[in-house]
Design a binder for this molecule. Structure first.
Ligand code: GDP
Length: 295
């Protein structure tokens, strides 16, 4: 991810670094290039605008302009502001300290929900938890089976009731099941659709009301760029999500979604999924991402 953006930003900033004193014009020229590079990386235009304004304002301050290494200072500012648009600090999962923790996984079909559900279960198990997966996607014929296969591959039980019972009932029964079987984290895999529709949203809202999840995690395919950002806005409007898992960043050369989501929906990216294997999930660290972009 970020390969093109990284190359372009590094080029622009190298030119600044090479200069002794900087003029306002130097900053202007550099910021025009940075702006183009961000837009080419498919970063949301409002995010780009805010970013450029912030970098410019700080760069023209006298600490930078009068410093002995102004180019260096601008690079630091760009790093800080990149980090800021991605949310600054790592955002950890929230657990219920007194009771069973519930995570609800949602997102469009193909975003990587079921895969990420398995990955999260594997991670939790490694941390000493006793997760339970719940199959609430009763519409896609192979979805229940797929979750069962994923569950078996990470040695985590799956609660399913077939496809003739409503997802809200399945969720309710899963809560009883977890209590009875000593599971401390329940991850609900919900249905996706190819596009957002009211029926899907209403069903997810009902599950949310029934379960009152500690986390509502939205799975977004990074390769869909600004479409992913739009999906995030809609899911957030209906469900008030608590965080995002950005998937398929291994196939996303641009990085526009990663750089836009936090700023547009004001919800943190909690994890990134970097491949199909069950251990290919990582916490999202804005500072490391910013350093990766700037090399
Ligand atoms: P769901 O419909 O949202 O449950 O999506 P799935 O979990 O079934 O994933 C859809 C496809 O994307 C599957 O072929 C997965 O193997 C693949 N996939 C999921 N996450 C990743 C990822 O991070 N990287 C890559 N390259 N493929 C992924």
């Amino acid at each position: 991810m970020f390969e093109n953006l990284s190359d372009k930003l590094q080029n622009t900033l190298k030119k600044l670094r090479g200069k002794g004193k900087l003029t306002e014009k130097d900053i202007d020229v550099a910021m025009k290039e940075v702006k183009m590079s961000l837009l080419e990386a498919d970063v949301n235009y409002k995010v780009v605008k805010t970013f450029i304004n912030n970098v410019k304002e700080r760069s023209l301050g006298h600490e930078v302009m009068e410093s002995l290494t102004p180019g260096q200072q601008v690079v630091k500012i760009v790093h800080d502001e990149l980090m800021k648009i991605m949310g600054e600090a790592e955002s950890k999962l929230k657990f219920n300290p007194n009771d069973i923790t519930y995570f609800m996984m949602c997102g469009l079909q193909g975003a990587g929900k079921t895969t990420a559900t398995g990955k999260l279960a594997k991670k939790l198990k490694k941390d000493g938890k006793r997760p339970l997966l719940v199959a609430c996607d009763i519409y896609r014929p192979a979805a229940i089976k797929q979750l069962e296969v994923v569950g078996a591959s990470v040695d985590v039980p799956v609660f399913a009731m077939g496809d003739k019972v409503s997802p809200v009932t399945i969720a309710k029964e899963a809560m009883k099941h977890a209590l009875k079987h000593g599971n401390d984290v329940v991850i609900i895999d919900t249905a996706g659709r190819l596009h957002i529709d009211d029926d899907l949203m209403n069903e997810l809202v009902q599950i949310k009301e029934e379960v009152k999840p500690d986390e509502i995690l939205l799975l977004l395919d990074a390769m869909t760029g600004q479409d992913a950002v739009k999906v995030a806005e809609t899911f957030n409007k209906y469900l008030e999500i608590t965080g995002v898992i950005l998937t398929k960043i291994d196939g996303d050369a641009r990085g526009g979604a990663a750089l836009s989501i936090r700023n547009v929906v004001d919800k943190p990216i909690k994890f990134v999924s970097v491949g199909e294997k069950m251990d290919q999930i990582e916490p999202f660290y804005p500072d490391r991402m910013a350093s990766r972009i700037l090399g």
